[in-house]
Design a protein around this ligand. Structure first.
Ligand code: AMP
Ligand code: MG
Length: 345
């Protein structure tokens, strides 16, 4: 039998077009989630299908970690866990286990039960509020990670005081970046940039095995594109917590979003920002918040214990209000400070 190829031509063309559109390179993608812009660039291996998978996972986690979506695990914890056990999914449980470990290692400097104070100050909203001492005094007893009870066998959560609420703002983006990196690994992506609002993960190898150049913002000019310093790193997460990220001003004073679980006020110390570099982005995220609360000396003193406990290397950059930049001991990466009136220790 002779096959007339001409009669198959339209079908072949369709098949060709279909396979081209499902495998061809797609543009980097971004969307609003986790209270920020989430941006992913998979370079020339990025197809619509892989971006779809990544952003579906980001959307799923955005829901699970949301405080006000009625179907979310965190909503259920905040509304019911002080009366009864609340059963949660793997994602929320894993984040909580890490959060609790870091809370214990930092003597509660990092504490996800900070939510009542976050809601009181409302820094991240259009209607922030300078809290009064009596309002803070009323809520402070609710902030204590020791009153969060986790049961790993059944993945359940109890909050031991009525009125307690949890907030994952200091750790969620780190977890999500790790999850996106896992999808990149599954698809054997060679290189990717995952940027979840300053929570950056440079994944894989840059062209010709070169290192990645990542900028760390100048806290005095966070919105200009020239960073304060540039570091050259292999595959790593680079996460920064800074007093310039979310804040409001009243009178002469700036009130920012990182709060002291001990006194309930925005942290005032020598630091303008802290950057943690690690292969574990969730750890880096929680540590930037914890180290910002603790200040430089206490953070440096705690580093060996945390490294031992997590069996994970990490490196820290402290940027101080007095225009000095300092690094944790044996900082292994090359860096360059791009502003003349700043010095490094
Ligand atoms: P980050 O930008 O990673 O430092 O996270 C700051 C966010 O974490 C805030 O917007 C709050 O939602 C939450 N947060 C503030 N203070 C603390 C704290 N001491 N421990 C844990 N989370 C905090
Ligand atoms: Mg953080």
């Amino acid at each position: 039998m002779k096959i007339d190829l001409k009669s198959f031509a339209p079908l072949l063309l369709l098949l060709l077009l279909f396979s081209f559109s499902s495998c061809s390179k797609a543009d980097p993608r971004f969307e609003q989630a986790l209270g920020t812009i989430c941006y992913v660039d998979l370079y020339n291996q990025g197809t619509e299908a892989i971006y779809d998978e990544i952003f579906a996972r980001i959307d799923q986690l955005n829901t699970e970690f949301s405080l006000n979506k009625a179907e979310s695990d965190l909503f259920n914890i905040n509304h019911f866990a002080s009366h009864e056990k609340v059963f949660v999914g793997n994602d929320v449980f894993k984040v909580l286990e890490t959060a609790q470990k870091i809370a214990a290692l930092t003597d509660g400097a990092f504490d996800v039960s900070i939510e009542p104070l976050v809601s009181l100050w409302h820094v991240n909203s259009p209607s922030p509020h300078v809290a009064s001492q009596s309002e803070i005094d009323d809520l402070l007893p609710l902030v204590d990670y020791k009153n969060i009870e986790l049961n790993p066998e059944e993945k359940s959560v109890r909050l031991l005081k009525p009125g307690m609420q949890l907030d994952f703002g200091g750790i969620a983006k780190g977890y999500v970046a790790d999850e996106v990196a896992k999808i990149c690994k599954k698809h054997k992506i060679r290189r990717a940039v995952i940027d979840l609002g300053g929570n950056v993960y440079v994944y894989g190898k840059k062209a010709k095995n070169a290192l990645w150049n990542v900028g760390v913002k100048n806290p005095e000019f966070p919105d200009v594109s020239a960073p304060l310093l540039k570091i050259s790193i292999p595959q790593m997460a680079v996460v920064t917590s800074g007093m310039y990220e979310r804040f409001f001003e009243e009178g002469e004073k700036r009130y920012h979003h990182i709060l002291s679980p001990k006194d309930g006020y925005p942290i005032e110390n020598e630091l303008a920002s802290v950057t943690v570099i690690s292969e574990n982005s969730m750890l880096a995220d929680a540590l930037t918040t914890a180290f910002f609360v603790l200040g430089k000396q206490a953070s440096l003193a705690l580093m060996p214990r945390i490294e031992q406990n997590f069996r994970e290397d990490f490196y820290v950059i402290f940027i101080e209000k007095n225009r000095t930049v300092s690094f944790s001991p044996n900082f292994p990466f090359e860096y360059k400070i791009l502003y003349e009136n700043w010095s490094s220790l």
